[in-house]
Each structure stands twice: as structure tokens, then as C-alpha cells.
Design a protein around this ligand. Structure first.
Ligand SMILES: [Zn+2]
Length: 275
């Protein structure tokens, strides 16, 4: 936590997760003395959920559920019985299956960068390329492809790209992303202006974290080894736990404050998509 800017952002990122998860924490963390009375109803949970610009619900700090039905499923997983889990990188699972792109799609992950970023457009293009490059240099089976021709109509309705990168104005997060299983209408990376003043978290690394979600990776800190910030058990371990993973929030007992890409992250993307 080098700067006050970092602390502010840090609080901003953390607060949503705390607001969303705090109420269910006692019911879902292993060995916690939770009781049924501490579990909010779905209605209470929904009211406490942050709704994004396009009507999607933001969960786990910077991930998205497109619909109320999706939020309900998320809620049910949160409050449901905990199932056993064993084990830096973990992949999201949906109904027990890895949430990942097909081999051919992974080699053509097209995106646009909205011209609505204005004077920051070139900076976003550059930071996206840098963030994507960290994953791409770890695996030849993953390729993010910027399609500049679509930048002028860059939104979730543009079917010429797999996803869009768009500006947002919010105090809820710096940036947020989606998973491969996310419906096209919510398949965007939203970036708040605070990305340019996030202290020791560089824009390239923040976007690499978001693109990690876009590849299917979950927050490393949901693993039991972190001892905090539990989300749910719908994931599969790809590598041993790494408290310094780029997918691990530093404020969740992370061992690194600067959100840098780690060897474990490289190993994880190779484990899921190939080298
Ligand atoms: Zn995240």
C-alpha cells in the first residue's frame, strides 16, 4: 500500500466484496459459527447487490451476473451446503465443467476498445495489449485480438467482436470483467477512470487480472489457504495455491501488494489451454 490512492482504490475494490459477501460469510466459511439466522434472504441479498450500468449484477467484487436468475443461482451457491474441495490458478466451473473457451476460440479472442474513452483511448488500447500479452506470452494457445475497426461501435451488441472494452463511472470497482460462460449481453470489460491512479497496481496488471477472468480464472483468494475472502467452491485447481497470483486480491491475505503476473499464473493458463 504505497500511496493513499492505492488505499482508496483498495478500499473500493474490497468494499463491494465485503458488502456482498459479508452477510453470507458466517454461513459459508468453513468452521465459522454461522447460524441460519445470519443468512440474508434472496430479496435482501438482491437489494444489497450492486447493479451495473447495463443492468447486470456485480458479484465477487469485479465479476458479473447478467440476470436476476443468474444472481439467484449465485446466491443459492453461496448459501448452499459446502462441498469438499482440495486445492496459483483455479478455473471457474459451471455445473462441474470447466468454464473455458474452445481451443479455436481461445486463439481468436476478439475485442474492441470504445472510442468513448476519448483522450484515454490510446492508453486503454496499450494497457489492454500489455495485459493480454502477459497471458499470451505464457501460452501460444491464447490470443487476444484487438479489432480497431469496431472501436467506434464498441458495446455488447456488436457481434463482430467477442467482447467489448468500455468506460464506466463508478466507485464500486476499478474494472470488472466476465467469464467465458457469460452471456454476450454482459460480455464486456468495464473500466473506471481510477485505473490511472491506482497506486502500485499498474493498469496493465489490473487489465491482466480482468482478462484472467475472461479466460475463466477465478479469484485465487477463494481457495481455503487464503483464510479469508471466500467466494464459493465452483472451481477446479490448476496449480498449487499462490498468494501472489495476479488473480489474488492483495487485501485478501495476499503476499504481494502490486498485482504482478506470476509464474504460477503462467503455469495455470498452460494447464487450462496448453502451452
Ligand atoms: Zn477479479
Amino acid at each position: 500500500m504505497k500511496s493513499s490512492g492505492f488505499s482508496r482504490i483498495f478500499a473500493g475494490v474490497a468494499c463491494l466484496a465485503v458488502a456482498l459477501l459479508g452477510a453470507t460469510f458466517t454461513a459459508t466459511v468453513p468452521n465459522a459459527e454461522g447460524d441460519a439466522g445470519s443468512v440474508p434472504s434472496f430479496q435482501e441479498f438482491e437489494r444489497s447487490s450492486y447493479v451495473d450500468v447495463d443492468g447486470a449484477y456485480v458479484v465477487n467484487g469485479d465479476e458479473v451476473e447478467s440476470t436476476k436468475a443468474g444472481l439467484k443461482k449465485f446466491y443459492e451457491r453461496m448459501v448452499g451446503p459446502k462441498h469438499a474441495d482440495e486445492e496459483g490458478l483455479i478455473v471457474n466451473t459451471v455445473s462441474g465443467r470447466d468454464d473455458k473457451w474452445s481451443a479455436s476460440q481461445a486463439l481468436n479472442l476478439t475485442y474492441c476498445v470504445s472510442t468513448r474513452f476519448g483522450t484515454r483511448h490510446a492508453d486503454v488500447v496499450s494497457a489492454m495489449a500489455g495485459g493480454a500479452g502477459l497471458w499470451e506470452s505464457a501460452s501460444t494457445q491464447v490470443d487476444f485480438v484487438h479489432v480497431p475497426a469496431q472501436d467506434g461501435s464498441c458495446n455488447t451488441r456488436n457481434n463482430n467482436v467477442l467482447f467489448s472494452v468500455e468506460p464506466v463511472s463508478t466507485t464500486q470497482y476499478i474494472a470488472r470483467a466476465f467469464f467465458p460462460s457469460t452471456a454476450k449481453r454482459s460480455r464486456n470489460v468495464l473500466i473506471d477512470d481510477s485505473i490511472w491512479s491506482s497506486g502500485s497496481w499498474e493498469p496493465v496488471d489490473i487489465l491482466a487480472h480482468e482478462l484472467g477472468h475472461a479466460l475463466g480464472f477465478r479469484h485465487e483468494h477463494t481457495r481455503p489457504e487464503s483464510g479469508t475472502c471466500f467466494e464459493d467452491n465452483n472451481w477446479r485447481a490448476l496449480t498449487p495455491y499462490d498468494a501472489a497470483s495476479i488473480m489474488h486480491y492483495p487485501q485478501c491475505n495476499g503476499s504481494s501488494a502490486d498485482l504482478e503476473f506470476q509464474a504460477s499464473d503462467a503455469a495455470g493458463v498452460r494447464a487450462l489451454y496448453g502451452s
